[in-house]
Design a protein around this ligand. Structure first.
Ligand SMILES: CCCCCCCCCCCC(=O)SCCNC(=O)CCNC(=O)[C@H](O)C(C)(C)COP(=O)(O)OP(=O)(O)OC[C@H]1O[C@@H](n2cnc3c(N)ncnc32)[C@H](O)[C@@H]1OP(=O)(O)O
Length: 138
């Protein structure tokens, strides 16, 4: 949904490192519409969540979102280029506290904070096996 190239409903996010931060440029389009002309808040949260995923990946940590808090400060407009930026605020054992901004020029239209929890690969492989079992029992 966030970055994979094969999902036609996805955001196809392309992320780069900038020092300790990760950064992406993003334009929301009609697929992401909420109110007319405005990106759905869930779509904005999706790209921020994914950006945090990249941040952790860059740190060499596998983690999943435990909590994601968005502040929508101004409408995020369709067709406009936004700069997304995320950073690690603090690591406390398995918990990684992260923060992000969504900006157009000097205007911060959304900010976010999240808690990610480190997991091992088994977290994903077990979920995949359960989903496969559910699918084959239908
Ligand atoms: C194959 C490659 C793929 C590559 C994969 C790439 C990943 C990209 C990810 C993109 C982002 C996503 O969509 S992720 C998908 C959405 N998220 C999920 O599906 C996660 C679902 N939730 C879970 O599976 C679970 O709740 C976990 C794993 C997150 C945590 O469960 P747990 O392991 O039992 O841990 P638990 O003890 O409950 O909590 C751990 C610590 O966090 C603290 N904690 C809990 N909630 C909070 C909170 N709101 N704020 C602060 N701290 C909190 C607890 O007090 C504890 O602190 P202490 O006692 O340790 O001090």
């Amino acid at each position: 949904m966030g970055c994979g190239p094969d999902n036609p409903h996805g955001h196809h996010l392309q992320v780069r490192r900038d020092g300790q931060d990760v950064v992406a440029e993003h334009v929301f389009d009609e697929r992401h519409v909420g109110a007319p002309g405005i990106a759905h808040g869930g779509a904005v949260a999706t790209v921020i969540d994914d950006l945090f995923g990249f941040l952790l990946y860059g740190m060499g940590s596998l983690g999943v979102t435990r909590s994601l808090q968005m502040d929508y400060r101004a409408p995020v407009l369709l067709g406009r280029n936004y700069i997304l930026r995320a950073r690690l605020v603090e690591r406390d054992g398995r918990k990684m506290h992260t923060a992000a901004t969504v900006a157009h020029e000097t205007n911060f239209v959304a900010t976010a904070r999240a808690v990610f929890v480190a997991v091992d690969l088994g977290h994903f492989t077990e979920a995949l096996s359960s989903a496969d079992r559910d699918r084959s029992s239908r």
